[in-house]
Design a protein around this ligand. Structure first.
Ligand code: S3P
Length: 171
């Protein structure tokens, strides 16, 4: 399983879908599967039950998905922060961090209200703080792909394929 990790706005879902297309494999989105399992949106889960409850569901869903036939799995930005989730990703897959800087991420997530963690007085500062706390952990991913402000999804996919070939994960 090729598992995409990284902050909100890094492009895990959109790049993941394109990567799946070019490798002719399926695509799974953990957040979407959590919503299906819960029968409500991520925002509603956070509102009604809180972040801890969401994290437990996230862990359960990723444990189930990772054992399906190898394909592309996009995870929510917080998933890789859990040691338990990192362990199962390491066991069953290859992790790929889509790394982007604050301005790039901000441009993509600002004005979007479907991310509870950015539902703050100063969402840009919240994002900056997440960069500080999370980047050392994302750095544990097997592969890091640097994204830039106007890089196309196609170029990102090419960079990922190049790294996967270099590491003999695909041929
Ligand atoms: C979260 C990221 C979101 C979603 C939830 C929590 C996070 O997913 O899982 O809002 O902790 O960074 P995306 O990274 O796909 O936006």
């Amino acid at each position: 399983m090729l598992v995409l990790v990284g902050l909100m706005g890094a492009g895990k879902t959109s790049i993941g879908k394109k990567l799946a297309e070019s490798l002719k494999v399926g695509f799974l989105d953990a957040d979407h599967e959590i919503e299906l399992a819960a029968g409500m949106s991520i925002v509603e889960i956070f509102d009604k039950f809180g972040e801890n409850y969401f994290r437990k569901g996230e862990c359960k869903v990723i444990k189930r998905l990772i054992k399906l036939e190898p394909q592309i799995l996009a995870t929510g930005g917080g998933a890789f922060l859990s040691q338990e989730i990192r362990d199962i990703i390491n066991l069953h897959g290859v992790s790929i961090w889509l790394k982007a800087d604050l301005e790039t991420l901000w441009e993509r997530v600002s004005g979007n209200s479907n991310r509870p963690l950015l539902n703050e007085l100063n969402p840009k500062l919240a994002l900056e703080q997440l960069i500080e706390t999370r980047y050392p952990v994302y750095n544990e991913a097997d592969i890091t792909i640097q994204s830039t402000e106007h890089i196309s999804h196609a170029t990102m996919v090419r960079k990922i394929l190049h790294e996967l070939k270099k590491k003999h994960i695909i041929y």
